[in-house]
Design a protein around this ligand. Structure first.
Ligand SMILES: Cc1ncc(COP(=O)(O)O)c(C=O)c1O
Length: 398
């Protein structure tokens, strides 16, 4: 079943402003239903989680529903879904907690393809614990991260392999299941940054081989917060500093302070929105998978068109050509800085920012430096007219 993009677009109030939003990898636009869920929660009687008053039960139900929704989205266990301020914060917290069990001489593996949020937390934690960081390099021309580039670094001392599900700079989708199998063979824990993957493909933690998977609902129509998902049994083995009155139960013991109930209601609404992107029968998990396959099909068609036409413009360079990718295109325009391109396109109502997008190691490795390049990311609401406007806008700059 294909996705009706015109119908999907009507669900997003922001799209009536006439802007072509190619900045989805930085944060997607939000459907009315998600905003309504946030507002309804704020306007209803709500207290701290509890079982006595209706307001307490309402708060509790919001949390339980949000864990179930994320579990359906990721093929995860609701009891292993942890909410936090952002993926960055959750990753820092987990890295610090895991590092308490590391010994000098242990090793962690990070990839240069990753967003800094899946590098720096491990680098800091390793430094504090006297642990060696091993860097997996990718091919700066193709943007591919070869499986062997990671697996060749594994030893009996490897404690964590941190790798992205998809690069937010180039769209590259490494072969995470193969990397994970090799990491597990040496007893390492696999941490997958799924922030850029989750909006573009069906996700299944077990299929990926991810012990821990992190993502950010604001990249897939939801509010601004972060999510970490793992087997609850694994989380039981991790101790983290927390307040004394706070429960020791998993996953709550990783959630510091009061949860943002209104945002969690928005997360549930975002997952329900995804589940309804195309008409389908079955439970929510199977409808999500059907929807995400349709999203992929829709985005792949537009991506092929965008890559062919942008690449054909004299003076435009496309960076990377990964074989398995999300619909994310990094490009430079001869004689223009990324900031200039960003500004001139924005003046035409086309949003395609410039920079390294916090994939700083990757941008440097490719020779793009801190300035990076311009990024055009497609979303389920992107249509052919948007793509035409981007191509016309870039062509006018050369
Ligand atoms: C691939 C990737 N990982 C991690 C992050 C950080 O996510 P958060 O803003 O939730 O910390 C981002 C944000 O852009 C990202 O694109």
């Amino acid at each position: 079943m294909s996705m009706d993009v015109a119908a999907v677009r009507t669900a997003f109030p922001a799209l009536t402003d006439g802007v072509a939003y190619f900045d989805g990898p930085g944060g997607s636009q939000v459907p009315r239903a998600v905003a309504d869920a946030v507002a309804d929660t704020l306007c209803s009687g709500i207290s701290n989680r509890g079982t006595v008053s209706a307001a307490e039960r309402r708060a509790d139900a919001v949390v339980v529903k949000a864990r179930a929704a994320v579990a359906d989205l990721l093929g995860a266990h609701p009891g292993g879904v942890v909410f936090g301020r952002s993926m960055t914060q959750l990753t820092f917290d987990l890295a610090r907690a895991l590092a308490a069990g590391w010994k000098p001489g242990d090793e962690v593996v990070v990839s240069r393809l990753d967003h800094d949020a899946n590098i720096r937390p491990w680098v800091h934690a390793a430094a504090a614990a006297g642990v060696t960081v091993r860097w997996a390099d990718f091919d700066p021309r193709s943007g591919e991260l070869a499986t062997e580039a990671v697996t060749s670094l594994l030893t009996g001392r490897t404690r964590v392999v941190a790798v992205t599900g998809a690069s937010n700079l180039l769209g590259t989708r490494p072969d995470v299941p193969s990397i994970a199998a090799a990491a597990h063979a040496v007893g390492a824990l696999v941490f997958v940054d799924g922030v850029h993957l989750t909006p573009h493909a069906p996700v299944d933690l077990a299929e990926l081989g991810a012990d821990v998977f992190a993502c950010s609902p604001y990249k897939f129509f939801g509010p601004h917060l972060g999510v970490l998902a793992a087997d609850p049994a694994l989380l039981e083995t991790v101790l983290a500093p927390k307040l004394a009155p706070q429960t020791d139960a998993v996953p709550e013991r990783f959630e510091l302070g009061t949860l943002p109930y209104e945002l969690l209601a928005g997360v549930t609404a975002a997952v329900d929105f995804i589940a309804r992107l195309v008409p389908a029968d079955g439970d929510r998990r199977s409808r999500i998978v059907t929807s995400m396959r349709s999203v992929q099909a829709h985005e792949d068609v537009l991506l092929a068109d965008l890559v062919a036409r942008l690449g054909a413009i004299e003076g435009v360079t496309l960076h990377g050509s990964p074989s398995r990718r999300t619909p994310t295109v990094l490009f430079s325009v001869r004689g223009r800085t990324p900031d200039e391109v960003h500004l001139l396109l924005a003046e035409r109502g086309v949003n395609a920012p410039g920079g390294s997008f916090y994939a700083l190691e990757a941008a440097r490795w490719m020779g793009l430096g801190e300035a990076g390049a311009n990024r055009a990311g497609l979303a389920p609401y992107t249509d052919q007219r948007d793509v035409d406007r981007l191509v016309e806008g870039v062509a006018a700059l050369v």
